[in-house]
Design a protein around this ligand. Structure first.
Ligand code: GLN
Length: 536
């Protein structure tokens, strides 16, 4: 039987519902259960693909090519279960499904309404494609009290009514703010948040109370009394210095035990050994410190590069190193040169548009000429090819058609490619949303390459998210000046990885390796980069 755990948030946004959900998922797995994590986002965009990173942070891409919220990245990293497009929905999708059905006459003359039509669509999303896992953990985006979230809360209230208490559990995450003038942690915002839930017909079963300091038992008792929740189900969720410690903290506080008890389950104690090992490695003192520069346009919001940062940390830990991330604004050319000086490795991550490309090209050239280990990701790879064409092939007008028409389009729009058994077609006029080359595609590696050495296998699959592609007609010339095309699509028509020869580690990939890195299994390309940086 599949059980549903709904995770809502109150008082404030940014309390870490994603990490909380992912951590509970990991703890249930450690007790031998199968889990699936899902997110329901209350905004009207169909997906975050067209949103500015400052609005939304990173766009995470699933194996099957859906552009999603970055929380799905946490789910995958904590549970190692790949999310699919059936694990993410927005209000935009809900409404467009309902409206498409209405146009087809699917509601047989009924007045189409939020209840039951929108709520049925949401309920259907939550309870479909469950793959018979033991637990579906559903995170509701936003904060209780938002108008936008109401249909979701109404839907989960109805699911409780449909399936009963034995199959559904409501976990509510709130904040306990510390008021310095009173020297006290305050319970009132939590009480109000639970009251808000109650007004919508939902009595939380468990509360997770976020706090920056230990919560006195008296405060937890008070919450228990006022919120009508058993004391043991009011769980302290203190700030952790490392997100991968959260499952361990939660376990200590009895969270997974209480969830199992709620469902009348008596599983064995969880096997937390990988998490404990990770914690011990993170706390080990004899670490070599290295500086890794990330050169991008959105460096003021590190969440825009969430998976890249996590991938660096996974690889650093694996190599017994402490990586300091140096954020370098590609639009600020003036300070760039000095900022690049003390780096042990440089990453140019994915990106879009003309702004800031000069800074990125400078960083790429600097890495190439000074033997600094380099990883180019997607846009970073396309720019690495442009840099080589301009400075090694002397094609001064080499560019990407993403920036407008040009004489030497070494990067051009992809108009046709094979996806599964279907040919995908695009033109300049195609919609912007959801029309890129998205999701996992296979790639074959040259066995003499550094990438092959890093992966230890010839056939890989990696996730994509791009509209433009390196132009294969420049391959021969670029290879003559040392930029080898070492990874290609199986039909050898699409370049996937390029490497500069005679460089300790200059690898640039058309795909996004960061989506597949895991805390206990760093991604080969990040691992390779870190190893090269440490050997410098
Ligand atoms: N802007 C480039 C393209 O669309 C690269 C995209 C990316 O880095 N994700 O092809």
């Amino acid at each position: 039987m599949t059980r549903y755990i709904f995770i809502t948030g109150g008082v404030s946004s940014s309390l870490g519902k994603g990490i909380a959900s992912a951590s509970l998922g990991a703890l249930l797995q450690a007790r031998g259960y199968t889990v699936k994590l899902r997110k329901l986002d209350p905004y009207l965009n169909i997906d975050p693909g067209t949103m500015n990173p400052y609005q939304h942070g990173e766009v995470f891409v699933t194996e099957d090519g859906m552009e999603t919220d970055l929380d799905l990245g946490h789910y995958e990293r904590f549970t190692d279960v790949n999310c699919l497009s059936t694990d993410y929905i927005t209000t935009g999708q809900v409404y467009s499904n309902v409206l498409a059905k209405e146009r087809k006459g699917g509601y047989l003359g009924a007045t189409v309404q939020v209840i039951p039509h929108i709520t049925d669509e949401i309920k259907n999303f939550i309870t479909s494609n469950t793959d018979d896992v033991d637990f579906i953990l559903c995170e509701i985006g936003g904060t209780v009290g938002d108008i936008e979230g109401l249909p979701y809360l109404e839907s989960i209230r109805q699911i409780r009514n449909d399936l009963g208490r034995k199959a559904t559990c409501f976990v509510h995450l709130t904040l306990m703010p510390y008021i310095p003038t009173a020297s006290e942690l305050k319970t009132k915002p939590t009480q109000h948040s639970v009251k808000e839930m109650l007004s919508l017909g939902i009595q939380p079963d468990l509360l997770l109370c976020r706090s920056d300091r230990p919560i006195p038992d008296g405060a937890l008792q008070k919450i228990s009394l006022f919120c009508n929740i058993e004391r043991n189900n009011v769980i302290a969720a203190l700030d952790a210095k490392d997100i991968y410690e959260v499952p361990l903290h939660y376990h200590q506080e009895g969270f997974d035990h209480q969830v199992c008890e709620f469902f009348n389950l008596t599983p064995p104690e969880p096997d937390l050994s990988p998490w404990l090992k990770n914690q011990a490695a993170a706390n080990a003192s004899s670490k070599k410190e290295i500086n890794i520069g990330i050169v991008g346009k959105y460096v003021a919001l590190p969440d825009a590069y969430k998976s890249v940062v996590e991938s660096i940390q996974h690889a650093a830990l694996h190599n017994n190193a402490k990586a300091h991330i140096v954020w370098i604004d590609s639009e600020n050319d003036q300070h760039l040169k000095t900022e690049l000086k003390d780096l042990d490795a440089i990453i140019v991550p994915g990106g879009f548009g003309f702004r800031g490309i000069d800074g990125k090209l400078q960083a790429i050239r600097y890495a190439r000429e000074n033997n600094i280990p380099f990883l180019g990701i997607c846009f970073g790879m396309q720019l690495a090819v442009i840099e080589a064409a301009r400075n090694l092939l002397n094609l001064k007008d080499a560019s990407s058609t993403e920036f407008g028409p040009c004489q030497s389009p070494v990067v051009g729009i992809m108009t046709e490619w094979l996806s599964k058994d279907m040919t995908e077609k695009r033109s300049d006029e195609s919609d912007l949303g959801g029309t890129m080359r998205l999701g996992a595609y296979p790639c074959t590696l040259d066995v003499t390459s550094k990438s092959y050495e890093a992966y230890g296998t010839k056939h890989i699959t990696e996730r994509h998210r791009h509209r433009y592609e390196v132009n294969m007609s420049y391959k021969n010339d670029l290879e003559k000046v040392g930029l080898k095309f070492v990874g290609l699509s199986p039909d050898a028509t699409l370049p996937e990885i390029v490497e500069h020869q005679n460089h300790p580690w200059f690898v640039a990939a058309q795909f996004h390796p960061e989506f597949k890195s895991r805390p206990f299994l760093p991604h080969p390309l990040f691992n390779g980069l870190l190893k090269a940086a440490l050997a410098k």
